[in-house]
Design a protein around this ligand. Structure first.
Ligand code: RFL
Ligand code: PHB
Length: 404
């Protein structure tokens, strides 16, 4: 058994763990990342595509904004296609100039991994049998790596190990409460090297189900279709995918749709999930380890980033200012923002998807709600301010900048 020691043990090298590592590094706080997958696997995973301004600001603060500034595509608006009619939501006009940025999670992950490598920081990839211990008193982590057993002693454990991770699962049942909703359909996603159908994202509500036209760049498109729970990805040839997408679009979009071979195709479940609290003694849960949102509101990665903004500033305050205030408030502050994003993501999902169980009456009411939103300045503003990202208290954030 080899004994290691650090201040913060970070479990998981997704965007949450990597961003926390980078912010701690900038503040001079010793940490180690332990990840069960290989670095190649982590860097290749295709997921989110939309960054809120506050997430862009945090990546800038972490000093990993070079590629983001060069290749990120700022978007001022989105479109909603309903009943064959397109409605543009002018996000910027409705939110005093705020935007979102199209920049893939894959790129965010690669940028953070590169920054970590450049700084020579310690990560254990392909760690096996990761376990966390004694997080109420003297925490430590055990794992195997390259046939060697390790025991990592630390002050704190950051559980950034996603929905299926070991950290949340290690909390005794009577100390944790979870809230969950699973949706009765899934998203089939296709990535293809073809120009996007439109300059802006199109969220499609149609009788055949939801669709989303998104992108990663001006030459790479990302499309999604709502599909039944029972569908398997092998049943969806490229031809069938493009055919179904065409059927859910309007005439204009159908004409400008450029099809091509998929470079990735996968099916993802839709779930709303929240863990309360998000801190257990010296263990903090962050990102998907603590909460999941259905992707309709594009909030998952952004929530992971805002958790990390709170957690990094709490840890920096602890080490550099000898204060436990941020640590004590971590769970409450995160959860306030988390539940608002949960509400928005649930609402967008509910409004835009076709539910098999909904009656004709339910369907009409939903249509009326969407029409109301699209016709009302107040309704549009509510949608826009949630989509670009609700502000969060940046006091600690500013302090952190002074410290780094
Ligand atoms: P991750 O990315 O799941 O990373 C967790 C890491 O922990 C590792 N791990 C372990 N390591 C050590 N020991 C263990 N026992 C471990 N168990 C797990 C895993 O291998 C992994 O590397 O969580 P994190 O960092 O919290 O990041 C969260 C985001 O990845 C997630 O919220 C988003 O991808 C969600 N999401 C979207 N979010 C957005 O903000 N905007 C979007 O447009 C958006 N679109 C999406 C999405 C998620 C999707 N899928 C596939 C669920 C679109 C889709 C289709
Ligand atoms: C994506 O580009 O992957 C994406 C964009 C917006 C969403 C969900 C996913 O709401």
């Amino acid at each position: 058994m080899e004994n290691l020691k650090t201040k913060v043990a970070i479990i998981g090298s997704g965007p949450a763990g990597l961003l926390l590592g980078q912010l701690l590094y900038k503040a001079g706080i010793d940490h180690i990342i332990i990840e069960q997958r290989s670095a190649e696997y982590v860097a290749a995973r295709i997921r989110a595509g939309i960054l809120e301004q506050v997430s862009v600001d945090l990546l800038t603060q972490a000093g990993v904004d070079q590629n983001l500034n060069k290749f990120g595509l700022p978007h001022d608006g989105i479109e909603i296609l309903s009943n064959g009619l397109k409605h543009r939501i002018d996000l910027s006009a409705l939110t005093q100039g705020k935007q979102v940025t199209v920049y893939g999670q894959t790129e965010v992950t690669k940028d953070l991994m590169q920054a970590r490598e450049n700084a020579g920081l310690c990560s254990y990839y392909e760690a096996e049998g990761v376990q966390i211990h004694d997080f109420d008193s003297n925490p430590y982590v055990t794992f195997n790596h390259n046939h060697q057993q390790y025991r990592l002693a630390c002050d704190f454990i950051a559980g950034c190990d996603g929905y299926h991770g070991v950290c949340r699962a290690s909390v005794p049942q009577d100390k944790i409460k979870t809230f969950e909703k699973v949706y009765p359909f899934r998203w089939l996603g296709v990535l293809a090297d073809v120009p996007p159908v439109s300059d802006e994202l199109i969220y499609v509500q149609s009788e055949r189900g939801f669709a989303l036209c998104s992108m990663r760049s001006k030459t790479r498109s990302r499309y999604y279709l709502q599909v039944p729970l029972t569908d398997h990805v092998d049943e969806w040839s490229d031809e069938r995918f493009w055919g179904e997408l065409e059927k859910r679009l309007d005439d204009e979009s159908r004409k400008s749709l450029i099809k091509g071979s998929s470079i990735e195709k996968s099916i993802a479940p839709l779930r709303s999930f929240v863990t309360e609290p998000m801190r257990f003694g010296k263990l903090f849960l962050a990102g998907d380890a603590a909460h999941i949102v259905p992707p309709t509101g594009a909030k998952g990665l952004n929530l992971a980033a805002s958790d990390i903004a709170y957690l990094s500033s709490a840890l920096i305050e602890f080490y550099l200012k000898d204060s436990t205030e941020g640590i004590d408030q971590y769970s409450e502050k995160c959860l306030k923002r988390v539940w608002k994003a949960e509400r928005f993501s649930w609402w967008m999902t509910h409004l835009l998807h076709r539910f098999e169980t909904e009656s004709d009456f339910d369907h009409k009411i939903k249509q009326a709600e969407l029409n109301y939103i699209l016709d009302s300045k107040a309704g549009l503003t509510t949608l826009a301010e949630n989509y670009v990202g609700l502000p969060y208290e940046l006091k600690k954030f500013d302090d952190m900048q002074n410290l780094s």
